[in-house]
Design a protein around this ligand. Structure first.
Ligand code: RP5
Length: 167
């Protein structure tokens, strides 16, 4: 079972790297490709149609501006598609968000937030989908949550120490 991480441009990857790392840490295979709904439409369709045979179960689709990648992928598959609207200038990602979420009824695309934790949440959401039928991924996700909780507690303690030292 694996995930496909598609992006409209290589310029998107720096912001997707935390998502890629999170999938790696969870032991989830991830095919990463630059494929554009506009610049390489045929390659997108070829990729989507051939993906199930390679064990791909979820598509993550990042695009900025007129972000049609997630919608075009969803138009060619019945697998779950999660859109990642990129926070590009000049409109800051509102353009990509609306292009991603305003899908016509019958062709669903889920969306994560613009910028910030959006890409990471896309990876974790994909992991949760896979975890429904994979107990080992479910176990790793639970461990990741415990680690995250402990990390926040550690940061709180550090902040308390700093504030106490400054008074
Ligand atoms: C989108 O256009 C890509 O996903 C990217 O976010 C944006 C700009 O692409 P480049 O001009 O940097 O290749 O399709």
């Amino acid at each position: 079972m694996s995930v496909a991480m598609l992006m409209g441009s290589d310029s998107d990857f720096a912001r997707l790297e935390p998502a890629y790392r999170a999938l790696q840490k969870l032991g989830i295979g991830c095919e990463v490709r630059v494929l554009s709904a506009h610049r390489t439409p045929k390659a997108v369709v070829d990729f989507v149609e051939s993906a199930p045979a390679r064990g791909i179960k979820v598509f993550l689709c990042a695009a900025g501006g007129a972000a049609h990648l997630a919608g075009v992928v969803a138009a060619h598959t019945d697998l779950p598609v999660i859109g990642i609207p990129m926070d590009n200038p000049p409109l800051g990602g509102l353009d990509a968000l609306l292009s991603t979420v305003q899908m016509p009824g019958g062709i669903p695309v889920a969306s994560v937030a613009v910028g910030g934790g959006g890409p990471l949440n896309a990876a974790l959401f994909a992991a949760r989908i896979l975890a429904l039928s994979d107990a080992e991924i479910a176990r790793r996700l639970a461990a990741q949550r415990v680690e995250q909780t402990a990390g926040v507690a550690r940061k709180d303690q550090e902040l308390q120490r700093k504030l106490a030292a400054a008074t």
